[in-house]
Write a protein that binds this ligand. Structure first.
Ligand code: SRM
Ligand code: SF4
Length: 581
């Protein structure tokens, strides 16, 4: 049997990465964050603390558009903070949405990013406003703890529990997992609220708190950890991209339990073939009453066996490939005291969102709106942010639901208010789908420049323009309405899950992208690199003949990703380890 890497009886080994030492010495994620916040001389905080604030849901960044100018003027970079607000399962009330909108406009850069994991992000929060912003988020009964960092993140789930009784139950399960795996340190409320109690206070700060992390230990996980739950036939949260993906299994309208998949992840590094995206492998089935236990035990296997000496090898996907699925299954059975059962059959049909109005089992109405790149802001002729604010203020008890594809659902709208919502959106010319191509409807773009420190190329600011050009090619071949999943990221970390795009673009250098083809339409097959380091002209030249052939030669119902494999443009990627072959 392999020996666990985490050994709490010994000091952190010298070969463990610096972040491991920072976590160890941090006193449950405190470090010197408080001192750093008080220092008025700089807009930054200490380097080591920037690792710890991630666990609190905030990243120090600098505006990359201004870097050169500031360097020339001998000024420190234009530091500010991104805050990620955790919304388990993606649902918040209209009142909370209005709070987010207010915070974005009063304390951040006047926009909000709806992320690929159903969270809100604020950008451009200055250090002097960071505490106030955190306080206002917490006072709205949302929080940002564990939105980033080496812990379990926002648990993703279909945001509409009113599609069926099963949806409602599954949503409950995702919230239970999220709650169970939330870190217990009191550092969060101590730093951001001075330990005070606030209205609508989360449980952790009601009464005396004591620092212990029964699940994480003070060393936390080796790396980020992600969980998503899907209800077939929709894989709208891309479960196979998660460390743990759960597939709800129903029988005659009743939730029976979940197939459990492990070891998904997208991140890799250009040119390093021992890093690769991997889709989660289904390892068995378990009944609903045991699912929280199974998820907990899987996470603790990763806590104990995950690599802590190389962060590029520290995700659960590598632990699984290093030790093998059989070891994981045996260890899980040992920790649980029971084994998983044989997996049940399921079929996924798509991983995108379906737009427009639908009626829920409770008789209320749900409207899914396409939000390009997940960015909520006002632009000339498209006052999206204003329109949504007006909807939130006039929709009664309706709520706001973030999807896993950076889109927004306005939910629980009464028949009477449905008309009001439609009128507001129409007045602002927002939410009209008729003109959107199948490509655009199925697009995702990560944040990238100017805020993301890791971006090598544009993504969110560029994909809309590129799609307009690809649309022209698609239209010429009669493919305008065909749904093709298209995803772009500014670097290979995979935040927009580009390796699950039937067409995937991954930034290599300014204006240059790797082009990937061949992913499955429902998120069950990775794509493969087709062309490396190409610019816009080359992208369009490459895609033109492929789209033309697809229009002419596709079989009945054949998806674009499947066609690019059958036609020989790329080989099918069967598992993560053959991604680079
Ligand atoms: Fe991500 C890092 C943005 C979803 C894989 N991600 C980052 C950082 C924090 C950059 C950094 O470390 O300095 C980005 C902040 C940019 C900014 O300015 O806001 C960032 N990731 C995002 C978001 C906002 C993209 C978006 O446009 O929606 C998504 C926030 C999700 C959330 O609400 O929690 C986001 N990131 C993802 C996903 C997709 C998913 O989880 O379904 C992935 C791929 C799945 C996975 O984890 O493997 C992803 N992000 C990464 C990685 C690579 C991890 C790896 O295993 O190698 C990094 C870099 C890292 O961790 O070292 C990263
Ligand atoms: Fe930044 Fe890369 Fe993630 Fe895009 S994929 S947000 S560029 S880390």
């Amino acid at each position: 049997m392999p020996t666990p890497i985490l050994d709490l009886t010994k000091p952190v080994p010298k070969d463990h990465v610096h972040v491991e030492h920072i976590k160890d010495a941090s006193n449950y994620l405190r470090g010197t964050i408080e001192e750093g916040l008080r220092d008025p001389i700089t807009g930054a905080i200490a380097d080591d603390d920037t690792q710890l604030t991630k666990f609190h849901g905030t990243y120090m960044q600098d505006d990359r558009d201004l870097r050169n100018e500031r360097r020339k003027s001998k000024l420190e970079p234009a530091f500010s903070f991104m805050i990620r607000v955790r919304v388990p399962g993606g649902i918040c009330t209209a009142k909370q949405y209005l709070e987010m909108d207010r915070i974005a406009n009063s304390l951040a850069n006047g926009t909000m990013k709806l992320t690929t994991r159903q969270a809100f992000q604020f950008h451009g929060v200055l250090k002097r406003n960071l505490r106030q912003t955190m306080r206002e988020i917490i006072e709205s009964s949302l929080d940002s703890i564990a939105a980033c960092g080496d812990v379990n993140r926002n648990v993703m789930c279909n945001p509409n529990p009113y599609q069926s009784k099963v949806h409602e139950e599954v949503y409950g399960v995702s919230c239970a997992i999220s709650e169970h795996l939330t870190p217990k340190t009191s550092a969060y409320y101590e730093i951001w609220l001075n330990g005070e109690k606030a209205g609508g206070t989360p449980k952790e700060i009601q009464g005396d708190t004591k620092d212990e992390e029964p699940l994480y230990t003070h060393r936390y996980l080796p790396r980020k950890f992600k969980i998503a739950v899907a209800i077939p036939p929709y894989n709208d949260v891309d479960i196979f991209a998660n460390d743990i993906g759960l597939v709800a299994i129903e029988d005659k309208g009743k939730l029976k339990g979940f197939n459990v998949a492990v070891g998904g992840g997208m991140g890799m590094t250009h040119g390093e073939t021992d890093t690769y995206p991997r889709l989660a492998s289904v390892i068995g089935f378990i009944e609903t009453n045991k699912i929280v236990d199974v998820v907990e035990k899987l996470m603790t296997i990763q806590r104990d066996y995950g690599c802590r000496s190389n962060r590029k090898h520290a995700r659960f996907k590598y632990t699984i490939d290093d030790y093998g699925l059989d070891f994981i299954k045996e260890e899980l059975a040992k920790r649980c005291g029971y084994a998983l059962k044989k997996e049940k059959k399921f079929v996924f049909e798509r991983n995108g969102d379906t737009y427009g109005w639908t009626q829920g089992t409770n008789g209320k109405w749900f409207l899914t709106l396409f939000i390009e790149g997940g960015r909520v802001k006002d632009t000339k002729g498209h006052p999206l942010m204003t329109a949504l604010r007006e909807v939130a203020g006039n929709c009664g008890n309706a709520d706001f639901r973030l999807t896993g594809n950076q889109n927004l659902m306005i939910g629980n709208v009464t028949a009477a208010k449905k008309k009001t919502v439609d009128e507001i959106l129409k007045k602002h010319k927002v939410g009209e789908y008729a003109g959107l191509s199948g490509l655009r409807r199925n697009s995702i773009a990560c944040v990238a420049l100017p805020t993301c420190a890791l971006a090598m190329a544009e993504s969110e600011r560029y994909l809309p323009t590129l799609i307009t050009k690809i649309e022209a090619l698609a239209e010429a071949s009669g493919l305008r309405d065909d749904e093709i999943v298209i995803r772009m990221t500014g670097c290979p970390n995979g935040c927009g899950r580009p390796y699950l795009g039937e067409i995937g673009f991954v930034g290599k250098a300014p204006g240059k992208y790797n082009l990937y083809l061949g992913a499955g339409f429902s998120g069950e097959r990775l794509n493969k690199m087709y062309r490396e380091n190409i610019d816009e002209t080359e992208i369009l030249n490459e895609l033109k003949p492929i789209l033309e052939r697809y229009a002419k030669e596709r079989k009945d119902g054949e998806r674009f990703g499947d066609f690019t494999i059958r036609a020989g443009y790329v080989k099918a990627t069967v598992e993560g380890r053959d991604f680079h072959d």
